[in-house]
Design a protein around this ligand. Structure first.
Ligand SMILES: [Mn+2]
Length: 297
């Protein structure tokens, strides 16, 4: 791990991942470009959050099969994330579908090297813990968390290194309310902590989030947040590929993000699955902006 991280505020570097190949509806590949067009990363920069667009990763013109294409994106993304971290900056990855998580967290893992383990908060309506053996849809955006644990195709589990990128005891899922037996079985076997919506409603997101941050920080060198926009209630974030009713309230998640704004152990943020073609008056785009602001502002 590089030692050049100063105590001054880190500058966020945005990587857009214009890939929706891992989803059934590819529309989220237009997410990064739409957010750019709306100009709000510029707005964040103006707000002195030190945010700058680094690059947009696109699919190669000549595509092989979906697995190879997603694996290719993951490799490119992982390198970019590791580079940003080694410069002492903060990677903000904007999807694209959730399969980009394979690249994001493989890159953070590579950056940490032997410095310690990586913790991960996975905020999502789904578990994303399928393999090709258990998935009903074959869609790779339903698999990234399993891949990061080391389960699945070698192309997806061995990005930058053969090691698992996270250990089950260093991960928490938040907001889950829609899943299939095969993936639930894997997470149960691995004993991963899952905060389902009913527990969140009972105890409140602030309490649950604080507990989850402690959980993923305790034995790790740092942690990341992977936010699938479908974790939010579709009434507040309709622009996603797989909406599920009864989700997180935006105001609660904004408060939660603000609570870790100055946390030096937070290493990277990823916001995925925003699909502009399904949005309503840019409501979801605005939610992405507010969430980024609350974390970086
Ligand atoms: Mn997801």
């Amino acid at each position: 791990m590089a030692e050049n991280v100063s105590d001054s505020a880190r500058n966020a570097r945005v990587i857009g991942v214009a890939c929706g190949l891992g989803a059934l509806d590819r529309g989220c590949e237009d997410g990064p470009e739409m957010l750019r067009k709306l100009g709000f990363f510029r707005e964040l920069a103006d707000a002195d959050a030190g945010v700058r667009w680094d690059q947009t990763i696109r699919l190669p013109a000549a595509q092989s099969d979906v697995l190879q294409a997603v694996a290719g994106i993951a490799g490119t993304l992982a390198q970019a994330v590791a580079r940003i971290l080694s410069h002492g900056d903060f990677p903000l990855v904007i999807g694209g579908d959730h399969s980009c998580a394979i690249g994001t967290w493989s890159g953070v893992h590579a950056y940490l090297g032997g410095a310690g383990r990586l913790g991960l908060l996975w905020i999502d309506a789904h578990m994303d813990s399928h393999t090709f053996k258990t998935t009903p849809s074959q869609a790779i955006h339903g698999m990234p968390l399993a891949c990061l644990f080391g389960y699945g195709e070698a192309e997806l589990t061995q990005v930058m290194s053969t090691a698992p990128k996270v250990l089950p005891q260093d991960v928490c899922l938040i907001g889950v309310r829609n899943f299939e037996p095969g993936e639930a079985q894997l997470l149960r076997t691995l004993n991963v902590r899952i905060y389902f919506m009913d527990e969140i409603k009972q105890r409140g997101l602030q309490v649950v989030f604080r507990e989850a941050v402690d959980h993923v920080s305790r034995h790790t060198a740092g942690y990341g947040i992977s936010l699938d926009m479908d974790a939010l209630d579709p009434a507040q974030a309709p622009g996603v590929g797989s909406p599920v009713a009864d989700g997180l309230q935006l105001a609660d998640l904004l408060d939660a993000f603000e609570s870790v704004r100055a946390d030096r152990k937070l290493l990277a943020l990823e916001v995925v699955e925003y699909n502009p073609h399904r949005d309503n008056n840019d409501e979801t785009a605005l939610a992405v902006r507010e969430l980024c602001k609350s974390l970086l502002g």
